[in-house]
Design a protein around this ligand. Structure first.
Ligand SMILES: [Zn+2]
Length: 188
């Protein structure tokens, strides 16, 4: 292995990922381009933190072909992100209608819950809508419900953290994961 000096972070700012040995950095950038979550990569021993990885991608430090793939995978494009949420909400609505026709009450409730969550995510993106105010209230209530649920289910907490990471809110993901780790520590 050739010990080449690590590439410096741009504009003199320290970047954990840029500071890695070239071989490790390339491996991590490939994983980012393949759509591995920041959380998943951050769990690898010696890997940068989730925030560090996110900054590396959002600051455009990757090689051009990997940069584009990583941005697509991590949904940095707000329009594509909003489109995915809107699509998920529409599909949940369809499931809800179908379940109601079939008299499946529990499925109706789950579909409504999913639809509400996706609409809430649209609201947190600041998407302009006729019922923007209603969505903001919904987002607050859904967020509260999600936090309560995450406190009771480590698995759910991790899923929420991954989605928050994808939505560019790794700061919130960090908080959810901290709660998850506390829960795990207490129950262990
Ligand atoms: Zn970097």
């Amino acid at each position: 292995v050739i010990t080449s000096p690590a590439a410096p972070a741009r504009r003199g700012r320290r970047c954990e990922t840029c500071a890695l040995p070239a071989e490790v950095r390339t491996q991590i950038e490939t994983q980012l381009a393949e759509g591995w979550s920041y959380s998943r990569i951050a769990r690898i021993p010696g890997a940068p933190s989730r925030d560090g990885l996110r900054r590396h991608v959002e600051s455009g430090h990757l090689a051009p072909e990997l940069q584009r793939a990583a941005e697509r995978a991590h949904g940095l494009d707000r329009v594509s992100l909003a489109g995915r949420f809107a699509d998920a909400a529409r599909r949940a609505r369809e499931v809800s209608l179908q379940a109601a026709e079939e008299g499946d009450g529990p499925l109706v409730l789950r579909a409504i819950d999913t639809e509400t969550r996706t609409l809430g995510m649209l609201a947190t993106l600041g998407i302009e809508r006729e019922h923007d105010a209603d969505l903001a209230v919904t987002a607050r209530d859904v967020s509260h419900a999600a936090i309560l649920a995450a406190q009771q289910s480590p698995e759910l907490a991790e899923q929420i953290a991954v989605e928050l990471d994808r939505a560019g809110r790794s700061d919130l993901a960090e908080q959810v994961l901290e709660q998850f780790q506390e829960t795990k520590a207490v129950s262990a």
